[in-house]
Design a protein around this ligand. Structure first.
Ligand SMILES: [Zn+2]
Length: 256
């Protein structure tokens, strides 16, 4: 995978935003395989399509690209807040590709895919409305909080200027599809409990270890007064999906 972006023909574009879009999209079209099925290429869709930037001709999956200069950091700007929430709650999001590139050398440094079913409304932060003097006064944009994605859904394709082995990416993508839940509130619970499991700093843990996060989960789900049963239900689900083992009564082991 050649991490250098090609500047041929870029002088035809005058705005920096447009140039960056063309450079990054061209790079993806030339270099990236389909992270879902391994097809050698993904195809660039016509500009201004509302839902996606790329799709795979083999598995028909769609992808949207967000790029930024420098490190990916904790959040990435995106479009209108309400539109994003609508897309998530109606399961109309494509998979998201997040690219961090180096401005001086125009090389790709980091590329991550977050599969569509990892998106939950709590990952989307509302930005302040644009000021009264702005052209689109009152418009409310959003940030995607990358640090709110559980690590199982934050799959690295390029890390610090090195391409991750393709087979490893495909395997992680396939494992992540085992966590696909269409119902949005069930999805929220699953990923919130998974995040708590990820936070426990050991491979084997007890129910008491995970119950320490009860207040954190209650804060995220203020209308649910049965947090402990809900936790156990999600652990059961993670076991059924092969992410956890139950070793003995009340003991769990992480498989990943
Ligand atoms: Zn594909």
């Amino acid at each position: 995978m050649d991490l250098q972006m090609q500047v041929d023909g870029i002088d035809a574009y005058h705005s920096t935003t447009q140039r960056i879009r063309v450079l990054t999209e061209t790079w993806i079209g030339k270099n990236l395989y389909c992270p879902r099925c391994g097809n050698a290429k993904i195809t660039h869709l016509q500009n201004n399509r509302p839902v996606a930037d790329f799709y795979c001709e083999n598995c028909k999956n769609e992808f949207e690209l967000k790029s930024k200069s420098g490190a990916l950091g904790e959040k990435v700007n995106d479009g209108a807040y309400d539109t994003m929430i609508d897309r998530i709650t109606s399961n109309q999001n494509p998979d998201f590709l997040f690219m961090g590139y180096e401005k001086q050398s125009l090389t790709v440094k980091n590329l991550v895919i977050v599969p569509k079913h990892f998106f939950v409304p709590s990952m989307i932060e509302k930005r302040k409305p644009l000021s009264a003097t702005a052209r689109r006064s009152g418009w409310v944009g959003c940030n995607i909080l990358l640090n709110a994605v559980p690590k199982q859904g934050f799959i690295k394709i390029i890390e610090n200027g090195c391409a991750v082995d393709k087979e490893k990416v495909l395997l992680q993508m396939s494992q992540s599809s085992d966590l696909e839940v269409l119902d949005i509130s069930a999805r929220g619970w699953l990923f919130d409990v998974l995040e708590c499991v990820n936070l426990i700093p050991k491979q084997e843990f007890s129910l008491d270890d995970i119950y320490r996060y009860e207040s954190l989960l209650s804060a995220k789900h203020p209308y649910n007064h049965n947090v402990k049963p809900k936790i156990r239900q999600q652990l059961q689900y993670l076991r059924d999906k092969g992410f956890l083992d139950f070793t003995q009564r009340g003991k769990y082991r992480k498989i990943y």
